[in-house]
Design a protein around this ligand. Structure first.
Ligand code: ADP
Ligand code: MG
Length: 363
């Protein structure tokens, strides 16, 4: 891949642009810096994958797009532009217009957004009618059509079921039908398959993919699973402790990952070609977002940490030889390349560190 190509293709102006977003919550225990200076964008028809461990700020960043984190205790700054319109300053009424209509959100737990006491079809009809007036009967026909489209068998019968009469996979499909009811331009899917078995997971992701092609929808796919990213995303943003620490096109992230945290995540993908499917998680715990470590926030878990990394904060910067690839790491790019070569050859992180001496002058 040539590094000199501009990131956006002609005619691929971003649909959504998030710039330097901060979302901090005041709590009794202190200020939670859930999102701390995050920028990303997504163009029509493209899928941005956002990956990171639990608690890295993925959901908060995306809920903020739809104004769903505006509690009295939240401090929000930055710019969120959807088709050039500012969403941060939009009032509740304006947001309601956007929500579920132009931007739809699929939550991790379908039960949290399907009302248990109303029939699935009635909830779909409500979602459809919230944004457009249709002649009587048309909304119900559209509801049945949508259920069929997401692969619910016998939709004309299942439309009158209650959510508890659906399996987990069917509920998730119903949620996606609800999200797609108004043909949104952007679908934000927040761990849409985490609660599902592997087969249903694959079906749901294939479904989102097909609908994306048919509707030229942009998708933000949030997951802690790089395997899901590999299959579904065009671009990847890796989040750690409320920030993006690496961003690149999907092939680049897998071919030449730059951040030691990304290396750790890649090491924790089960290998399909190996019987030994043991996961090697990134050792250590993500930090509390009330007391994020000084310097590089990953330094307490980084096998390659140098004293300076405990003090200096690495900015997210494009690589000199590939401006489409950004990383926030203080190690010298040549050192990173040597370390990655060692890891790719199957060495453990401490073996790699021994083999590639990280000199003080290497910083
Ligand atoms: P992820 O989706 O990556 O798992 P989240 O975005 O849900 O992580 O959460 C990021 C951090 O923000 C977590 O530490 C979470 O506890 C905290 N958080 C989320 N919402 C609130 C809130 N309303 N008040 C205080 N802290 C919050
Ligand atoms: Mg989340």
């Amino acid at each position: 891949m040539s590094g000199s190509e501009p990131r956006a293709e002609p005619g691929r102006e971003p649909l959504l642009e998030v710039q330097d977003l901060h979302v901090h919550f005041e709590t009794e225990d202190g200020l939670v810096k859930a999102v701390d200076g995050v920028s990303f964008s997504v163009a029509p028809g493209m899928t941005l994958g956002i990956v990171g461990e639990s608690g890295s700020g993925k959901s908060v960043a995306n809920l903020t797009i739809l104004g769903l984190t505006r509690a009295p205790d939240a401090r929000i700054s930055g710019r969120i532009a959807f088709e050039g319109r500012d969403l941060v300053g939009l009032d509740e009424e304006g947001l309601r217009e956007v929500r579920g209509n132009e931007i739809a959100f699929v939550f991790q737990d379908p039960l949290s957004s399907l009302h248990p006491l109303y029939r699935v079809g009635a909830q779909l009809v409500e979602a459809i009618e919230a944004h457009r007036a249709l002649p009587a009967g048309n909304a119900r026909r559209r509801a049945i059509e949508l259920l069929g489209e997401v692969g619910i068998p016998k939709p004309e019968r299942r439309v009158d079921d209650y959510p508890h009469e659906f399996s987990g996979g069917m509920r998730q499909r119903a949620m996606i039908a609800m999200a797609l009811a108004n043909e949104p331009k952007l679908l934000i899917a927040d761990e849409p398959t985490t609660a599902l078995d592997v087969t249903t997971q694959a079906q749901i992701l294939t479904l989102i993919d097909r609908l994306q092609v048919e509707h030229r929808m942009a998708v933000i796919l949030i997951t802690h699973d790089l395997g899901v990213i590999a299959e579904n995303a065009d671009e990847v943003a890796v989040m750690y402790a409320g920030r993006i620490i690496e961003r690149a096109p999907v092939e680049t992230i897998f071919a030449t990952p730059q951040h030691p945290y990304t290396w750790g995540l890649l090491g924790s993908i089960p290998r399909i070609d190996s019987d030994d499917a043991e996961l090697v998680p990134v050792p250590g715990q993500p930090p509390s977002l009330i007391a994020v470590p000084q310097g590089c926030s990953f330094h307490p878990r980084c096998p390659y940490v140098r004293p300076r990394h405990r003090v200096v904060e690495p900015p997210l910067e494009p690589l000199a030889d590939d401006p489409g690839h950004e990383v926030a790491c203080l190690l010298d790019p040549a050192t990173r390349a040597r370390l990655w070569a060692q890891l790719k050859a199957g060495r453990a992180p401490d073996e790699a560190r021994e083999a590639v001496r990280i000199e003080a002058g290497d910083e």
